[in-house]
Ligand binder design. Structure first.
Ligand code: FAD
Length: 286
């Protein structure tokens, strides 16, 4: 999604209701942030994102700094309150390769520092291609890492808490460095555990063998360990595939699915079919 092409003319004023760290102190900070948007015209579908507009001036940015964040809540609102939406935000830092200095990312630090009662300006929502199909007999193959979990949390809340009629298979493959980084499935916040008992849902964790390195081989491995089921799903015309999170999710998935398909060409052909039938969607960022 090209930020400069987004329509940002309409602003929604939101107020922070809650901000909870959902990773322990020993690892990267990720927060679950609940925002109240009193304007009843604000509505969205699971998988869409909102723009967060941080007022300037900024030393290294545009006058208004805009960044996108996936909505982690479903369309009926966080905790069933329509006006409340949630975001899952990683506090980002960037290293200046020349000076070696570490700089805070503008929008993620603005959001992670915001306290209950603080104001946040939203735009959007954006992205209609990363949404759940209407046909509840479809299968969903969800593959993600890190904060890519946000749209998948919204999907699962919609399917199991709100709609409750989903019949297709739902398979979640989720990569993280350690168990502490498994968002919404760790000791800090575990609200996805309630879905493990659902008959048509299975979650597969892919934890890194090198927890100090932010790599992705674990996701390749976990996908390959489940090759038969994944290949059957990919060849089923009712399956929709979703990739979310850092762009290395796409690299890991590409490697694993080429192996599973038997060759990069076989995978390329299968992927073309998924793309042409609008059954492949991705939200990737660096
Ligand atoms: P930025 O300020 O954008 O930093 C960007 C660049 O500016 C850096 O690469 C660096 O080179 C430079 N820079 C920044 N500050 C300085 C400085 N002080 N000095 C020198 N150079 C500097 N993220 C999430 O956490 N959760 C989500 O659910 C999520 N969903 C997304 C959905 C979509 C569709 C997209 C496209 C992205 C999503 N992101 C999400 C990523 C998010 O939009 C931001 O990119 C991320 O939070 C970093 O933004 P920032 O403003 O903190 O950093």
């Amino acid at each position: 999604m090209n930020l400069s092409e987004l329509d940002t003319t309409h602003h929604y004023l939101a107020t922070v209701q809650e901000s909870d760290r959902i990773t322990p102190e020993e690892t990267d900070e990720v927060r679950h942030i609940v925002l109240r948007v009193p304007d009843a015209t604000f509505s969205y579908l699971e998988g869409q994102s909102v723009g967060v507009l941080v007022p300037g001036p900024h030393p290294f940015g545009n006058p208004d700094h805009l960044r996108l964040y996936s909505l982690a809540s479903a369309r009926s609102g966080e905790g069933g309150t329509f006006a409340d939406v949630s975001l899952c935000v990683r506090r980002c830092f960037y290293l200046d390769e020349i000076s070696g200095e570490r700089h805070p990312g503008i929008a993620s630090n603005f959001l992670c520092d915001a306290k209950p009662g603080d104001a946040v300006t939203l735009t959007g929502p954006y992205g209609r291609s990363f949404t759940i199909p209407r046909d509840t007999t479809c299968n969903l193959l969800l593959i993600g890492m890190g904060t890519g979990m946000a749209p998948f949390r919204a999907f699962l809340k919609r399917i199991y808490d709100e709609d409750k009629t989903w019949q297709g298979k739902v398979r979640l493959f989720y990569g993280a460095r350690t168990g502490m980084d498994l968002l919404y499935q760790n000791d800090q916040k575990n609200d996805l555990a309630q879905y493990y008992q659902e008959e048509n849902f299975k979650a597969f964790e892919a934890l890194s063998a090198r927890p100090h390195v932010d790599d992705s081989p674990a996701l390749d491995r976990t996908l390959q360990d489940n090759a038969t089921e994944i290949w059957d799903l990919l060849r089923d015309p009712k399956t929709h595939v979703y990739l979310a999170g850092l762009s290395k999710v796409a690299d890991a998935t590409e490697r694993a699915l080429s192996e599973i398909a038997g060759s990069p060409e076989a995978w390329h052909n299968q992927r073309e079919e998924l793309l042409q039938e609008h059954r492949w969607s991705q939200i990737l960022y660096d």
